[in-house]
Design a protein around this ligand. Structure first.
Ligand code: FAD
Ligand code: DHB
Length: 395
């Protein structure tokens, strides 16, 4: 089998890339290890930057987002039992859209299949060959005992997430990996209840961080900071609600609206960057190349901006045979990636309780929260980063 671009992974990076390539007349095939049902049901992100929502519209995959998603013009930052609003729209002219990642996935898969695009689900034994030649290949099986098939391509896009094989196809001597781990995880729940708040609440409390988010008028998403090695079995529904009430309490007696908990799980937090994001004819995009802690709501959106740069670079290469933009792919992406890493790190440091913090560091954290939420410049810097920085093509 042969195609122009072999894409590994049908997450946001791989799916947006295939649609952006198709719009530029470039052929691609997506290989995905999980089933269509599995990728369409995994609960993950929920915040789309303005640029991501605009891209959904540009690609004509916005109909369900307009119906089920919700535009948010501000967020609340709560600490010492008081809330301070960051008016995103007023400060930047932009907003974010709350729309679940698995709904985005459904929209993108449906659109790609409708175009006649090839997405092969549930593949096995995936490996990459000849990435440093001009004939890179992906080997895979469609079924456990099936024959080993070869997908030959001009370019491989490694969009296979943090645990996929693409990054490891870049020799260790070529890549540098920057890693930061945090001594905490996030326990996330979905609950059947009306919204507790009109806007997201990022809350710093002495008991740890809490976040109130939403999915629809009937389903809400909330998160609690927990220990990095905590087990979900330690968290009964009653304990989760008790902790959310205590952390989110305000002077006025605010409390979340409770309902049955439909789903709960713990995710780890890390910052990670692989540099460069390319080797030979292999280009990494999204979580395959970088991870951010979720506090800045940037992971999905970074996958989308990588896909935008890669689609344009590949299209120029396929159309005109010029690889100047492909050569600069990693440098262009990393400029934005590091800024998102910085923002996610900053939000994480400012909002969580750190076990090693001294009383001095705790006071510094509270002073920082007070400063950035009360100064117009502080609010501006949070707003500008939260709604999404532009892609800077010149390096
Ligand atoms: P993925 O979504 O991980 O997709 C990679 C795909 O590759 C997967 O489908 C995987 O099955 C497939 N794959 C793996 N191995 C192979 C292989 N060998 N061959 C073929 N395919 C393979 N981000 C935000 O922007 N905003 C948020 O609010 C936010 N909240 C989050 C909350 C949680 C609880 C979590 C866990 C994440 C959150 N994120 C958020 C991060 C966001 O979900 C990820 O950054 C995003 O999914 C990255 O997209 P991706 O396409 O790069 O990778
Ligand atoms: C959600 C996730 C985040 O990481 C975040 O910062 C805000 C909201 C969410 O899943 O709704």
């Amino acid at each position: 089998m042969r195609t122009q671009v072999g894409i590994l992974g049908a997450g946001p990076a791989g799916l947006f890339l295939s649609l952006l390539l198709a719009r530029r007349g470039v052929e691609s095939v997506i290989l995905e290890v999980r089933s269509r049902q599995a990728i369409e049901q995994t609960i993950r992100a929920g915040v789309l930057e303005q640029g991501t929502a605009d891209l959904m519209r540009e690609l004509g995959v916005h109909q369900r987002m307009e119906k089920l998603g919700e535009e948010h013009e501000g967020i609340e930052i709560r600490f010492r039992g008081r809330g301070r609003r960051i008016p995103l729209k007023e400060l930047t002219g932009k907003s974010v859209t709350l729309y679940a990642q698995h709904e985005v996935i459904k929209d993108l898969v449906a659109a790609r299949l409708q175009q006649g695009g090839e997405v092969i689900f549930s593949v096995q034994d995936v490996s990459l060959e000849g990435v440093d030649s001009d004939r890179p290949r992906i080997l895979f099986r469609r079924e456990p005992e099936g024959p080993l098939e070869v997908l030959e391509c001009d370019v491989i896009a490694g969009c296979d997430g943090f645990h996929g094989p693409s990054r490891r196809a870049i020799p260790e001597s070529v890549r540098t990996e920057y890693v930061k781990t945090y001594p905490m995880g996030w326990l996330g729940i979905l609950t059947q209840a009306p919204p507790s708040s009109r806007e997201l609440i990022y809350c710093n409390s002495d008991r740890g961080f809490a976040l109130v988010s939403t999915r629809s008028p009937e389903i809400q998403r909330m998160y609690l900071q927990v220990d990095a090695d905590d087990d979900i079995r330690n968290w009964s529904d009653d304990r989760i609600w008790e902790e959310l009430r205590l952390r989110l309490a305000t002077e006025e007696g605010w409390a979340p609206i409770e309902g049955p908990i439909l789903q709960k799980s713990i995710v780890q937090m890390r910052s990670f960057v692989c540099s460069p994001m390319q080797y030979g004819r292999l280009y990494l995009a999204g979580d395959a190349a970088h991870i951010v802690p979720p506090t800045g709501a940037k992971g999905l959106n970074l996958a989308v901006s990588d896909a935008c740069v890669l689609a344009e670079a590949i299209a120029r290469f396929e159309r005109h045979g010029t690889d100047d933009l492909l050569q600069r792919y990693s440098a262009i992406c990393l400029r934005r990636v590091w800024k998102a890493e910085r923002f996610s790190y900053f939000m994480t440091q400012m909002l969580h309780c750190f076990p090693n913090h001294s009383p001095f560091e705790r006071e510094i954290q509270l002073a920082e929260l007070d400063y950035v939420t009360s100064s117009v410049h502080g609010r501006g810097t949070i707003a500008e980063n939260y709604v999404g920085l532009p892609i800077e093509w010149d390096i």
